[in-house]
Write a protein that binds this ligand. Structure first.
Ligand SMILES: *Cc1c(COP(=O)(O)O)cnc(C)c1O
Length: 339
């Protein structure tokens, strides 16, 4: 069998739902704005990583691997879904995460396991804490761990950072075609850009003009990353970095830091449509969509689709976002006292 056939891990197609109240609030016509629910892919909390893992984990399985190994931030959605994919495929998972285990550092407050980390544990993944390292340092620890696993005969396959590679991006090329059957008149698809595979696949399927990426600050040169993946899919003639629609105005103080624009986007989306976004990816993407409408880059009368890429478990592992939620509960609470 070829290595180019995906293994099915999700439930397809994901729904495309109207968002008329949100549309009006952000300055579009009620029928303009729709949400593509890739948070509902199935598999342990769902999210965009499922489509990418169908290709990369599928290839690993066919090559005889028995352990999926990957790396990420402590609240990595990709790591959680790699653990889930491994379970589904009868493989082991080893996750190399930045930072230290919650609550075990001497002198640190007794941290509780939360969000994606809690799910990693439930899913049976082994976590290797890489400490306070940068991207290159994380990669070095990942290589060491993979080498050890190989020496032990555990049959490791390394899934790249954020799950993105040219092969992985094919999952989002598929998603682009799936979306076109649901919304043939698509003008703009808004998507968070992290490690780039998602946006790259979509650009390959839909063209650079119809995909608006919102950078979350996970890589230093997002335009080049996306354009290299698209070139891997399309060969020469792929759009150059400067030809991509990519907003970099929602990064704020960095990847894990909550901004006011993101808090507003989360709140307005939840209250208008009953749809909850996450503080790192989809919250930034919605803040970028709102800014794009305000600037006239996304206009009324055109079909705009927001790609909900998941990330809800990360919300429950994000201290600042939980503090905002706590404040909202306190503000809204009425204490009943007997007369
Ligand atoms: C990883 C992730 C993204 C970004 O996808 P990339 O392919 O890494 O760019 C967007 N949203 C969520 C919720 C994610 O977990």
């Amino acid at each position: 069998m070829s290595d180019e056939t995906p293994v099915r891990l999700g439930t397809w197609p994901t729904p495309l739902e109207p968002a008329p109240r949100l549309a009006r609030i952000v300055g579009l016509e009620p029928d303009d704005l729709w949400i593509k629910r890739d948070d509902l892919t199935g598999l342990a909390g769902g999210g965009n990583k499922v489509r990418k893992l169908e290709w990369t984990a599928g290839a690993a399985l066919r090559q005889g691997a028995r352990t999926l190994v990957t790396s990420g931030a402590p609240q990595s959605n990709h790591a959680r879904l790699t653990a889930a994919a491994a379970a589904r495929l009868g493989m082991d998972a080893v996750l190399v995460l930045k930072g230290s285990p919650p609550g075990v550092l001497k002198g640190s407050p007794p941290g509780a396991v939360s969000g994606n980390i809690a799910l990693d544990g439930i899913l049976g993944a082994r976590i290797v804490w890489a400490g306070d390292v940068d991207q290159a340092g994380l990669g070095a620890v990942l290589d060491e761990v993979a080498e050890e696993l190989r020496a032990q005969g555990a049959g490791p396959a390394v899934i790249p950072f954020g799950g993105s590679s040219v092969l992985a991006a094919r999952g989002y090329a598929e998603a682009g075609h799936e979306l076109l059957t649901q919304a043939p008149d698509l003008a703009t698809l808004v998507v968070a850009m992290g490690s780039g595979g998602t946006m790259a696949g979509l650009v390959h399927a839909l063209g650079a003009d119809r995909v608006l990426g919102v950078d979350v600050g996970a890589v230093t040169d997002p335009g080049q990353v996306v354009s290299d993946f698209v070139a891997g899919l399309a060969g020469p003639g792929a759009p150059a970095a400067h030809a991509l629609r990519l907003r970099r105005d929602q990064v704020g103080a960095g990847y894990a830091e909550l901004t006011d624009a993101v808090t507003d986007a989360l709140t307005v989306t939840a209250r208008a449509e009953g749809v909850v976004l996450d503080p790192v990816y989809t919250g930034r993407a919605m803040a970028g969509l709102i800014a794009a409408v305000a600037e006239g880059d996304v206009r009324p009368g055109q079909r705009t689709v927001f790609l909900h890429t998941g990330g809800l478990p990360g919300l429950f592992g994000h201290t600042a976002a939980m503090a905002r939620a706590q404040a909202a509960v306190t503000d809204s609470s009425t204490v009943h006292s007997r007369p």
